[in-house]
Design a binder for this molecule. Structure first.
Ligand SMILES: CC(C)(COP(=O)(O)OP(=O)(O)OC[C@H]1O[C@@H](n2cnc3c(N)ncnc32)[C@H](O)[C@@H]1OP(=O)(O)O)[C@@H](O)C(=O)NCCC(=O)NCCS
Length: 179
């Protein structure tokens, strides 16, 4: 039982979570090609490949850009979208649960911006969507991502192997983000 969030933009104290714009292009290229950012995400993508799929990013359902609320400058990306049922890592038999993912450019790390943006999106989703589990899947080695999921209240429920790495599956009830 899932559907994606309808809001075009969600604001909180320091960030706006909104659809991608042309001005985000350099920031998006940076996060897909930065080896540090992509360390636990299968490594950097070749720039030419990134340029090829960027034009379609704005239209991705459940996919958002995280930007500075004052200047609109790009901080990173966030998605709340159904997890592919064919991938490992599910908590319902049918799969397709909402999955939260987050990627910030390095300059935006360590300021609580990912926490703020994800909290705002999960609260908006909790207001709008029916009760359901939300997933976070990260590499076990990705301490920053696991820490963020833990701070948001996600509970680690399973581990599995994928892409030659140990993965952690964490889950939280959407209702836990209802204010
Ligand atoms: C995962 C990722 C988004 C986490 O970013 P982050 O900035 O560490 O996450 P948060 O927004 O929760 O910020 C927490 C950090 O900000 C610090 N902080 C500073 N000011 C803060 C504030 N006002 N509020 C909260 N935290 C604050 C915290 O102390 C914490 O630092 P610490 O980890 O050194 O203790 C980032 O590491 C990233 O983009 N990684 C690469 C992509 C990736 O692997 N994504 C996971 C895929 S699911």
């Amino acid at each position: 039982m899932t559907s994606t969030l309808s809001a075009a933009a969600i604001e909180s104290e320091r960030v706006v979570v909104r659809k991608a714009r042309d001005a985000d292009r350099d920031g998006l290229i940076e996060v897909f090609t930065d080896p540090e950012v992509r360390r636990y995400l299968g490594g950097p993508r070749p720039r030419a490949q990134v340029e090829g799929f960027l034009d379609h990013l704005g239209a991705v359902e459940g996919g958002y850009v995280v930007a500075d609320r004052e200047t609109d400058a790009f901080f990173g990306m966030l998605a709340l979208a159904p997890r592919d049922p064919d991938l490992p890592g599910h908590v319902t038999p049918e799969g397709g649960e909402l999955e939260l993912s987050y990627v910030l450019r390095q300059a935006a790390w360590g300021r609580g911006l990912a926490f703020e943006a994800t909290t705002a999106v999960l609260r908006a989703a909790a207001r709008e969507l029916p009760e359901q589990p939300v997933l976070v899947v990260t590499q076990a080695a990705n301490q920053a991502a696991r820490k963020l999921a833990g701070r948001l209240g996600f509970e680690e429920v399973d581990t599995f192997e994928a892409h030659d790495a140990a993965q952690v599956l964490a889950v939280a009830p959407l209702g836990s983000f209802r204010e």
